[in-house]
Design a protein around this ligand. Structure first.
Ligand SMILES: [Zn+2]
Length: 242
């Protein structure tokens, strides 16, 4: 079985454009939204409610701080408060959390579990694995960011986490540009099973004028639709629990 999921951070105003593109290609997505993010225009309550009709909303703290810079008590209230914030908007249970900037300590994973989240999305790249369980919460790595990283970005990401297998994946497939890499990763996952998790930020896609690139990636997904099982981030956690 090969699962396909996507996630998009920050609740930027351009997320509506992104959501429309996902909907056009029939691809699911989980949007991780903070209440505030300095210097960025975020979606208002009405738009978030509209977004929540077609997509899952996840929590991304209240003020978008790097959790690793906060005392534990503040980190805990950012994590708990963000769950409440999202649930107030959607009227539904908020099951998944992503730490801003992908920065966290194990203590934050524990806090998220205690706050009631089922999933904790990291920014580990080039991973195909199912979520990994840590004390009652599933930690979700990602496969690829919809963003053109220089090669060193992938290496740093893999080395920081001591994931040499990821480094080998990049060396094998990383030379064909973002779309080429994505295509290779998709095809490998379809053969071997696992998860393809595409993630990114709409504001970053805009900054890099990468909308056509994203559109191509979504078309690549669409072409392989019959070989993939589409899930939102929290559904993937549920699948991993079975
Ligand atoms: Zn963020």
């Amino acid at each position: 079985m090969t699962y396909l999921t996507t996630s998009w951070d920050d609740g930027h105003a351009l997320d509506m454009k992104l959501a429309a593109m996902l909907a056009r290609h029939g691809v699911p997505g989980t949007f991780y939204v903070p209440r505030q993010c300095e210097g960025r225009a975020l979606l208002g309550r009405d738009e978030l409610q509209q977004l929540a009709q077609g997509f899952e909303l996840g929590a991304h703290t209240l003020h978008h701080p790097r959790l690793t810079t906060l005392p534990d008590r503040e980190a805990d209230s950012e994590i708990r408060g963000s769950r409440q914030y999202v649930e107030d908007i959607t009227g539904r249970e908020c099951r998944v959390f992503a730490p801003p900037g992908g920065r966290f300590k194990q203590a934050h994973v524990r806090m998220a579990a205690e706050a009631g989240f089922r999933g904790f999305r990291t920014t580990e790249l080039l991973d195909y694995g199912m979520p990994r369980w840590r004390g009652g919460i599933a930690v979700l790595p990602t496969t690829l960011q919809a963003h053109v990283h220089p090669a060193a970005g992938y290496w740093r990401n893999a080395i920081r986490r001591m994931r040499l297998g990821h480094l080998l994946t990049w060396l094998r497939y990383g030379q064909g540009g973002l779309v080429g890499l994505f295509r290779s990763l998709l095809d490998r996952a379809i053969v071997q099973g696992g998860v393809v998790h595409l993630w990114g930020h709409s504001w970053e896609i805009e900054e890099h004028r990468a909308w056509p690139l994203l559109e191509t990636m979504l078309m690549e997904i669409n072409e392989r639709r019959s070989q993939l099982r589409f899930v939102a981030n929290s559904e993937l956690c549920r699948e991993a629990a079975r």
